[in-house]
Design a protein around this ligand. Structure first.
Ligand SMILES: [Zn+2]
Length: 220
């Protein structure tokens, strides 16, 4: 029996049978409910005066074996954070992911082209996982064509959301599932909906996602 992997959560539950990757940003302490973390410089919470200390914090955490991924990190055109500061932090996270050999979990809002441009410049070898994917299938196709991974969450449960169609066109080896900041949503319900959308059994889906987690992480 495979676990239900929740690769990106801000509210781990500690529920048995669920393997959760808790996301940490600079200044946050772990909940203690899980053994696995991602750590990154989130574009919403950057302060120019703190960037150097935030980078040092990340460098230290990234080297720890229980930190399985770097992120969330990325670019967000809707938040108020200065663009140059966002890009500096994002580029640092990319470099840390490459140095440590860990996947990068990406927060991207209306900046898909900018993120992909950076990917083309830097040619990273680590997996880039666009988390909380809830966009149109065309955006999914573009990201998949660039070799990226997609992680789907609560949007799948919303009637009429484009992400259902996007999940259906995503190959078996390129997706993950997550609860993100939706504390009220159970990862098991996201798995159930995803299994329905992909026309597979819950057990088959668990096996596919577990295989993807194995492929992109050094541990587990
Ligand atoms: Zn998040």
């Amino acid at each position: 029996m495979h676990a239900f992997f929740d690769i990106h959560t801000h509210h781990p539950t500690g529920n048995p049978g669920v393997s959760e990757m808790e996301n940490l940003r600079f200044g946050q302490t772990p909940s203690g409910k899980t053994q696995h973390y991602s750590a990154g410089l989130h574009p919403w919470f950057l302060e120019a005066s703190e960037l150097e200390s935030a980078k040092k914090w990340l460098d230290q955490l990234a080297a720890m074996p229980h930190v399985l991924a770097i992120g969330e990190a990325g670019l967000d055109k809707v938040c108020n954070t200065d663009w140059a500061l966002q890009e500096a932090a994002f580029r640092h996270c990319i470099q840390v992911a490459e140095t440590m050999g860990k996947p990068l979990i990406i927060h991207c809002v209306r900046a898909f082209n900018e993120v992909i441009l950076i990917k083309k410049q830097l040619k990273p070898v680590q997996p880039w996982i666009f988390h909380g994917f809830n966009k149109h299938p065309d955006t999914a196709r573009m990201l998949l064509k660039e070799g990226c991974f997609l992680s789907f969450g609560a949007a799948l449960l919303k009637p009429g959301n484009h992400s259902a169609e996007a999940l259906q066109l995503t190959p078996d080896d390129r997706f993950f599932l997550e609860t993100d900041d939706a504390a009220e949503i159970d990862i098991v319900d996201i798995y159930k909906k995803a299994a329905l959308l992909r026309g597979v059994s819950l057990e088959q889906l668990k096996e596919v996602v577990a295989g993807n987690v194995r492929n992109v992480s050094r541990e587990s």
